[in-house]
Design a binder for this molecule. Sequence first.
Ligand code: 2YJ
Length: 278
Amino acid sequence: MSRLTPQDIEHVKAMLKKHDEELRAQTGTGLLGIAAEAAGLSESQLAAMVAETRIGVVPLTTGLGIISGFSDTVQAILSFVGADAFVTAATDVAGINEAMAAGVKQIFMADDLTCSLMDLQTRCTADNGIATGRGFGAALALAAKDIKGKKVVVLGAGPVGRSAVYFFLSKGAEVVLYDKNPVCLARMKDVPGVTLAADGSEALAAGNLYFEATTARDTITMADMSEDTIASAPGIPLGISDDAMKKYGQQVIQDPLELGVASMLSCLLAKAAGKALK
Ligand code: 2YJ
């Protein structure tokens, strides 16, 4: 699992509107619409739910400590999609107390292992890894118009990759999966609709819809891309090589935090409303 650096997220706040427009050009809908798709909601259903939120974002100093700009950026993303969100002045337990005193309905917190959005009334939670898989999966499905019956190549069988695999299967796609860790890969061997590849090249040769959820660089290079390729790439650092990005960047859906946080919100609100995520 990668830890975000302040550099990864320094431009996110200022570029939210532009990123939303880029996503719209790539997928036909913006951050809110993609998040809605990730949670099986319509955009208007999600907008109505989001309008009822009151979210405290609590910075945590534990472990490796505060990531400069992290909580502010999370708050900006939540506000951008219509939520009522604020960052507590205090950190850690005092921050939770502050949020409770302010009457929050949801709390967002992240330490070195877990990034979670919690609903206080229903006790539902949304995990960043699972939501990120669904958010970037939804973006790829929307960009490809319909993925039913199509092959989707997934690189990386960690929490994000696995969540995307189940999302793609729920949409009727076939999945070709590769992870360099044989133990992670073997865990998925009996999942119907999933074919395990022997290596990255074999996986990438199987289709032109890519989901890159590894923590390695250059897993997808120029030779793997063409005019027909669409890649959704939540992995940090970005797995698409620099030259491939230069030529095919418009076909790559990518951001460090926006789709993940927006999808945490949609997945949480869907679960809190009693909707099972397929
Ligand atoms: O509050 C803060 O500023 C920090 N405690 C934020 C830490 C953010 N955590 C991470 O980046 C971890 N790698 C966990 C992310 C889980 C993603 N699935």
